[in-house]
Structure formats: structure tokens, C-alpha cells
Design a protein around this ligand. Sequence first.
Ligand SMILES: O=P(O)(O)OC[C@H]1O[C@H](OP(=O)(O)OP(=O)(O)O)[C@H](O)[C@@H]1O
Ligand SMILES: NC(=O)CC[C@H](N)C(=O)O
Ligand SMILES: [Mg+2]
Length: 502
Amino acid sequence: MCGIVGVVSQGPVNQLIYDALLLLQHRGQDAAGIVTLQGHKVFMHKAKGMVRDVFRTRNMRALPGTAGLGQVRYPTAGNAYSEEEAQPFYVNAPFGITLAHNGNLTNAQKLKAELFSADHRHINTESDTEVLVNVLAHELERTTRGLPLTPMDVFAAVGNVHRRIKGSYAVVALIAGHGLLAFRDPYGIRPLSMGRGADGTVMIASESVTLEGTGHKFERNIAPGEAVFVDMKGNVHTRQCAEHTQLSPCIFEFVYLARPDSELDGISVYQARLNLGETLAKRVISTVPPNEIDVVIPIPESSRPSAMQLAQLLGLPYREGFVKNRYVGRTFIMPGQAVRKKSVRQKLNVITSEFKGRNVLLVDDSIVRGTTSREIVQMARDAGARKVYMASAAPPVRFPNVYGIDMPTASELVAHGRTVEEVREIIGADALIYQDVEGMKNAIGKLNPQLQGFDASCFDGVYVTGDINAEDIARINEARIGQEDPLEENTTRLAIPNPQEA
Ligand SMILES: O=P(O)(O)OC[C@H]1O[C@H](OP(=O)(O)OP(=O)(O)O)[C@H](O)[C@@H]1O
Ligand SMILES: NC(=O)CC[C@H](N)C(=O)O
Ligand SMILES: [Mg+2]
């Protein structure tokens, strides 16, 4: 889950894209990049790091132009430590294309071999996004019937791209001298929405908060399979380019990934989290009698709405027992288990008076590797809590994710192959209450009856694209090799071997 944004305006766009990326920082902390277009000339700056560190004044000055795009990266393919895999990616032919991607291609390895043997295109990194930009370039070359390039040519190319690539992808791409292209995979797994400013600026971004926060009015979500082409004058052309579509967004966006003030596919993320708290409250009652709980304490940040609603329904006080150091990023999207573990303690500190002598119910939005809950339960005990109960607003995460969340192996998931009781023992809580899968789907799904379902594969093992089998997952597991940061222990990534080397 990276954050992407694309803009077409009639004035300079560098600062606007920078501001938009700050509003997407929660979706990716490892690298950031901006591309701008002035006529036919492409300007780009990308590097590892957070937005504020990557762009200095001199970099911003070197990004002129009236159209552009940006990305914040949370790597789910390739190497988290490679500067070259920061996005956007550039290919010079045809026209000069730059592209930014949120999601993960599940057939990147096969495509990489195909691009080399059939299309004679060399892919220089382990990133699936470099594969994607080359597939788009190849298809655009084939469908262009002369100059100027028409939206119809672009849409024909996107149709072919949909036929070749698999997995999840929300994409923004600039075609030099022509305009901004955006498209979303046929299941709409990753979010993408569009809005407009009072001056006619068109913005396409991962989350609605990006539009609102930069003074643009949200207009609509990009439909699954749909492509939008915005020419350099700001005219918007759209077309459905996929043969079969089914709106099934990733449910983890609502649980954790997106900001609560965003609305994705007609669902308020905040309301989704409140609803999760409500259904979780019912499950808590059946496990721990509310009169045995003195206080409900959220594990900041993402669990707050669920914890608040749960406390209200149980008639229990809701208190802040942990203070978050706002200068430490989100721990779950950090690369490497050692850094994630260390960051929990750096990030959260206890207010001892809220714990001393009390039975506390801690609430988190999800328990994935168990890194946070293990540390937090111990911190609550060290602060003098009598009993420490733990509740998760999401069900146990038991299956690897292949669509752009960095949990590619089952073995790293604390609940994989374990009973709730076994997980409880590992995290050291006195009781552990999980949401159930149907409860989660209903709590969120009822907020938009037009949804055709969710991708909830990390919870139920059902992969929405229908083309992921045990072999694919094993291949993804095996491919997690040789991607270790020399300074990190336990850091591995999904690697796509080069066909030349295979
Ligand atoms: O079981 P784990 O592997 O530890 O992962 C789950 C935790 O990670 C996330 O928090 P994070 O610190 O990333 O972000 P937040 O501040 O938005 O809650 C999530 O909200 C859980 O607290
Ligand atoms: N989380 C994402 O969306 C990642 C995008 C792409 N797969 C990368 O690793 O760079
Ligand atoms: Mg958290």
C-alpha cells in the first residue's frame, strides 16, 4: 500500500504534489518521488526516506511544469533498501512514460521473463513496478496509430495491460507531451479517487484526504478496470478497459492502512472502525464480563475509533494509557522485524496511573506479527496492571497477502496455524478476544451495499483474483531471498529473479 497522486493543472504543480504526498505519508515511509512535465520534458527526483527528507528546496526548484505525479513507497516487491526501486519509474519510449504504482503484481516474475524474451526489454531492478511500466510502454507502442496520440489509443493499451498483468494495481502515469493516465485493477483492490480544484486542476489520488487536504473537491472513485486520461488542457476522458470487473476492495485498507478521515469506495474509514468496535464489543461480553474490566485503553494510533465505540457500548471508561511519539513512524510498515520491535518501545510510552492496580482491556485494530501486542502487554504489566485483556478489531491474520501488504509469508504471522489460546499465550495476555471474519465483513460492508465483496485474503485465505494457488504462495515464499539489509536481522523481501540469471 503505497500512496500515489497525479495532477494536471495550468500552473506549477511541484508544491501541490509535495503537499499531497505529505497527506499520503502514512501509506509509505521508505522512499518518495515526484515527476513533473513541462511540455515534453520530464523532470524527476526520487530517493529513499520520508517526504520531508527527500525534497530540499533545490530539488523542488528543479521540478517545473504543469502536470506531475508523486509516490510514497512501502515496498512489497524487490528490495526495500534499493534507491533504484523508489518510484516513479521512467521509460523513454514511446513518448517518455513515468509511472507510479500502489499494489503488487502476482505474475511479475513471468512477465519479466516474457518482456525479455518476446519484447526484448531489460528490467534492471527487482521491482514489479518496473515490469508494469514496461508492459504499458510495450502495449502503448503497439496501439498507437500515429501522432498525436489519442485517448482511444491509450485506452486500447490499458485494455491489453489488464489482459497481461495480474494482482493489484492502482496506477498513475504521465505520457510526455500528452497528459496523465490513471487506471485501477478489475477488482479495485487498491483505492483511487478523483477530484478537482476551483481553478480546474484535476487530481487523482489514493485517498480522498489528499484531495480535501489540498483544496480539491472529491468527485468520484475510479471504477475497477476503468482508465482515466487527462490531457494537458485538463480535459478528462474515461473508459472501462477491463472485460470483467467486480468491486472488491482490500478490507485491510479500512482496518489499518487508510487514514480515518478518508472515504474509500463510498465508505468512511472512520465509520468502518466505529462499526468494528461495535461488533467487537459483543464478542468481548461473551468472553470477559464487563464488570471485570476497569478501563478500555486503545493502542494508538489506528485502533482509537474502534476502542472508543467499544468502551461506550460496554459502559466503561475510555482512557489514553499510551502516548505516541509523533516523530516515530508507523511500525507495521517499517522494513524488518528488528526495527519494528525496537520502534514499538520508542513510539509508545505508558501513563502509569492509568494501569496501576487496574484490570485493563487493550484494544488494537489488528494483530499481525504480534510485535506490538507482545511489547504492549508487557508494558501494561510493568506499569502495574492487575489483569491485561487484549482485543483486536480485526480477526486473526492467518494468511499471506499478495496484493501489496508486506506479509508475504505465513510463518511470520503470529496467528498462522495457532489457536486463539496459543496466540494469547505468546502475547502474554490474560484473555484475547478477536473479531470474527463475518462480523468484520458485515460491519464494513453494510456501509456500502453496492460493494460486491472484499479482498479479505489475509483473514480468510480467499484470494479475490481467483488465480492464486498454494504453488504461487510457495513461489512467493521462496522468492524472498537475498534481500537482507546488512544492518538488519530478519529482513527479507519478495525478489523477482532476472531471466538472464535464471
Ligand atoms: O502485530 P503487529 O505486527 O505489531 O502489527 C499490528 C500493529 O501495527 C500497526 O500499528 P502501527 O504502529 O504500524 O501504526 P498506527 O500508529 O497507525 O497504529 C497496527 O495498528 C497494529 O498496532
Ligand atoms: N505497497 C505498494 O503498493 C508497493 C508497490 C510496489 N509493489 C513496490 O514494491 O514498490
Ligand atoms: Mg497500531
